[in-house]
Ligand binder design. Structure first.
Ligand SMILES: [Zn+2]
Ligand SMILES: [Zn+2]
Length: 232
C-alpha cells in the first residue's frame, strides 16, 4: 500500500517531507511584511526616515516593538484558521520557523536587544480544553527553541475572563470584552519579555495583556506575531 503523499496546504501540489506543509512556491509567495513597517505597531508606513508612524509617536502603545511575519491576506487567513480552529496544531512548526526567521532578521538589522524570556497570550481554560491546545503557546515554544530564549511556561500569566472572540466584536465591544481579562500570579524575575500571539488585529488583546504585565513589573515588552491585519 502506498502511503498518502503529503500535499501543499495552499495549492494542493504533492510535496515531499523535507519541505512540509507548503510547496516552495507557496512558501515564497506568502505575504511577508516589508522591512519598512513601523517598528512599534508593525503597520506599513510611508517611506520616511522615522522608525515609527505618526500615530505611534503621538500615542505610544504599551509595548516597545512589534514584529509580524506577514499581512493577513486570504492565504494567511486560511492557514491560521487551519492552525487555530481546524485541529491542525502541527502547523506551529511552519509558523514558528517563519516567524523565528523574521525576528532574527529584524534583530540583526536594527540591533535590537534580545528579550530575557518569551511569554504568550493565554487562553481561558474553558477555551483551551475545548480546543485541546493553545496555538500561541505552541508558537512561543517553537520560537523559544529556535532562538534559544527561555519560555515562561508556568501558570504566571493566565486569562481569567472567558471572552467572546474579538473578531466578532465592535470596536467598543472589543475594549470592554477584554478589560481585566488577564491576571499575573507572583512576581516576574525578568524585565524584558517578548509576548507571542498569532494575529494582531486592532491590538486590544495585546494592549490589555501589556497593561497587566507592566503592572506586574515588566518594563519592556516586544510583540511577536505571525500576522498583522492592515485594516486597523
Ligand atoms: Zn503550494
Ligand atoms: Zn506605528
Amino acid at each position: 500500500m502506498k502511503l498518502l503523499q503529503p500535499r501543499c496546504y495552499l495549492c494542493d501540489m504533492p510535496i515531499d517531507n523535507l519541505q512540509p506543509f507548503l510547496c516552495l512556491l507557496c512558501q515564497q509567495e506568502l505575504p511577508y511584511l516589508s522591512m519598512s513597517s513601523c517598528s512599534r505597531c508593525g503597520l506599513p508606513k510611508n517611506k520616511t526616515i522615522q522608525k515609527q508612524c505618526p500615530e505611534c509617536i503621538k500615542q505610544k502603545p504599551p509595548w516597545q516593538k512589534l514584529i509580524a511575519c506577514m499581512t493577513y491576506t486570504l492565504e494567511c487567513q486560511y492557514l491560521i484558521k487551519q492552525f487555530k480552529f481546524a485541529q491542525q496544531p502541527q502547523l506551529h512548526h511552519l509558523f514558528s520557523q517563519l516567524l523565528s526567521r523574521t525576528i532574527a532578521g529584524r534583530i540583526i538589522q536594527h540591533n535590537y536587544s534580545l528579550p530575557e524570556a518569551i511569554i504568550y497570550i493565554p487562553l481561558h481554560k474553558k477555551r483551551q480544553s475545548k480546543r485541546g491546545y493553545n496555538q500561541a503557546q505552541l508558537l512561543a515554544n517553537g520560537i523559544s527553541k529556535q532562538l534559544q530564549i527561555p519560555l515562561i511556561t508556568d501558570k504566571h500569566f493566565t486569562r481569567v475572563k472567558h471572552t467572546q472572540a474579538q473578531a466578532q466584536q465592535t470596536e467598543l465591544g472589543r475594549k470592554t470584552n477584554i478589560n481585566n481579562a488577564f491576571q499575573v500570579s507572583g512576581p516576574f524575575t525578568v524585565k524584558h519579555i517578548a509576548l507571542v500571539d498569532d494575529v494582531v488585529t486592532t491590538g486590544e488583546t495585546i494592549r490589555e495583556a501589556c497593561l497587566t504585565l507592566s503592572a506586574a513589573g515588566i518594563e519592556h515588552i516586544d510583540i511577536w506575531c505571525i500576522a498583522r491585519t492592515l485594516a486597523d
